[in-house]
Ligand binder design. Structure first.
Ligand SMILES: Cc1cc2nc3c(=O)[nH]c(=O)nc-3n(C[C@H](O)[C@H](O)[C@H](O)COP(=O)(O)O)c2cc1C
Length: 350
């Protein structure tokens, strides 16, 4: 089996721009596709109609292959006791900001991949569909396979990589613990045993036959070269694109990324209910980064009013400032330039 992902996806450069929900839409993906990489559209926060519009924009902006990305968690049953405990933990912040804890609107959703989303994609299948948190139910996955999109998902352990290969993915993303955003973990929930990129990658390369894409902490050409030397067929990079003009990264998020003091990150479940890596904020410092929250994605609702009020005052105290451990690649330059600079680490290009 070939491990070439350029041939597999029909792209020039084995550089994938990580789909990043909340900080980008099609503009970033278009820029990366047109630079020869694989741009990614994060769809976890899009309605079917929103998805249709973004796909139209993407297709108007590039005729190259692209990746559409979905979460595939099981929506939780609301749990009144957990919600009440969570609101009680946040009550001092509500008081301080003059907010009414009795008045919390339903939070922005994170919808899992579903039949009505598949209907939108099937009309004009994208080259690549990627998933986070495992894979969707077998009959839904079979639909994606039937219409011919290549299938990707993230593994955070060797066991998850083997599981994904056994369930038919075309390539595995080995997501090291350095990575920004949500951990893709789906077979376990112990963040203490999560593995660093350069420990995980060679073990996954040995364990599976499909191509392995390295993700987490890769920020420049030297990092790309190191991943390729350890057997990666390509790289997936998120954090380095966060300051690009094509990203929709918020002002507080951009300021935190650009500030030399605030590059300390931690895994936290406070913002959504699932562990994700972000810049340490006041909320994470004062409650501790891992807490007892409602299940993913229900923790979002009670945080949203705090986040909005603080951001209106220019503060990111209650904002998920997702970022990986290595923010040295973050530059406010066009995404095509970042892509070209990263691609200089690919052996065939050097
Ligand atoms: C702001 C941000 C949002 C993210 N959102 C998603 C997402 O919606 N779907 C996904 O599969 N991965 C998401 N990720 C994780 C990336 O796929 C990838 O694992 C990570 O960015 C790689 O590590 P790096 O950030 O150090 O480059 C996100 C990462 C960041 C930084």
């Amino acid at each position: 089996m070939t491990r070439s992902i350029t041939a597999l996806f029909g792209i020039e450069l084995p550089v994938l721009q990580a789909p990043m929900a909340g900080v980008q839409l099609s503009a970033l993906a278009i820029a990366v596709c047109n630079a020869g990489g694989l741009g990614g559209l994060p769809c976890a926060m899009l309605t079917p109609e929103g998805l249709r519009q973004e796909l139209d924009t993407l297709r108007a902006g590039t005729d190259r292959p692209f990746n559409v990305n979905f979460f595939c968690h099981t929506p939780p049953e609301p749990d009144a006791a957990r919600e009440a405990a969570w609101r009680a933990a946040l009550a001092p912040f509500y008081r301080e900001l003059g907010l009414d804890p009795a008045n919390v609107p339903a939070g922005p959703g994170r919808a899992p991949f579903a039949p009505e989303i598949a209907d939108v994609l099937e009309a004009k299948p994208p080259a690549v569909v990627s998933f986070h948190f495992g894979l969707p139910a077998p009959e839904l996955l079979a639909r994606v396979r039937r219409w011919g999109s290549k299938i990707l998902s993230s593994a955070t352990t060797v066991d998850e990589a083997r599981w994904l290969e056994a369930h038919g993915v075309d390539a595995v993303i080995a997501q090291g613990v350095e990575a920004g955003g949500h951990r893709g973990m789906f077979l376990g929930d112990d963040v203490a045993t999560q593995v660093g990129t350069f420990a995980l990658l060679p073990q996954v390369v040995r364990a599976v036959k499909v191509p392995v894409i390295a993700a987490g902490g890769i920020a420049d050409a030297a990092g790309v070269a190191a991943a390729m030397a350890l057997g990666a067929a390509g790289v997936q990079i998120g954090t380095a694109y966060l300051l690009c003009p094509e990203a929709t990264t918020s002002a507080v998020h951009r300021a935190a990324l650009a500030s030399p003091e605030t590059t300390e990150t931690a895994l936290t479940n406070l913002y959504t209910g699932r562990p994700a890596r972000g810049i340490v904020t006041r909320l994470m410092r004062e409650l501790g980064p891992m807490g007892t929250t409602p299940a993913f994605p229900l923790a979002v609702a009670a945080i949203a009013p705090l986040r909005a009020k603080a951001e209106a005052a220019g503060r990111g105290d209650f904002s998920p400032l997702w970022a990986g451990q290595n923010t040295t690649g973050c530059k406010a330059v066009p995404a095509a330039q970042i892509t070209r600079e990263l691609a200089a680490g690919i052996p065939s290009i050097r």
